[in-house]
Design a binder for this molecule. Structure first.
Ligand code: FES
Length: 90
């Protein structure tokens, strides 16, 4: 897990950019900025939070067990490794 993720920007299609500032996960960052993402388990099991990753890299803080497509990731258990661009389904 990266030790400093404070300088990364989360660019969201059709939404303003957000700075990732020491939240535990990308989901917590989105919630802090009042961006609604579907979720249930918050631990990588259910897949409810599946989100498209269009650009950039993420890393998982816990191993995800839910099925996801190659262009998706689970924000509930991940952090950015670079600036990222995502598409959130509302
Ligand atoms: S909320 Fe269940 S996998 Fe993310």
């Amino acid at each position: 897990m990266p030790t400093d993720t404070s300088s990364f920007v989360i660019k969201i299609v059709d939404h303003e950019d957000n700075q990732f500032t020491h939240q535990k996960t990308i989901l917590e960052c989105l919630e802090q900025h009042k961006i609604n993402v579907h979720y249930h388990c918050r631990e990588g099991f259910c897949g409810a939070c599946r989100t498209k990753l269009l650009n950039g890299q993420i890393d998982y803080v816990t191993d995800p067990l839910a099925y996801i497509d190659d262009d998706e990731f689970l924000p509930c258990c991940s952090v950015p490794l670079s600036n990222i661009e995502i598409k959130v389904e509302y």
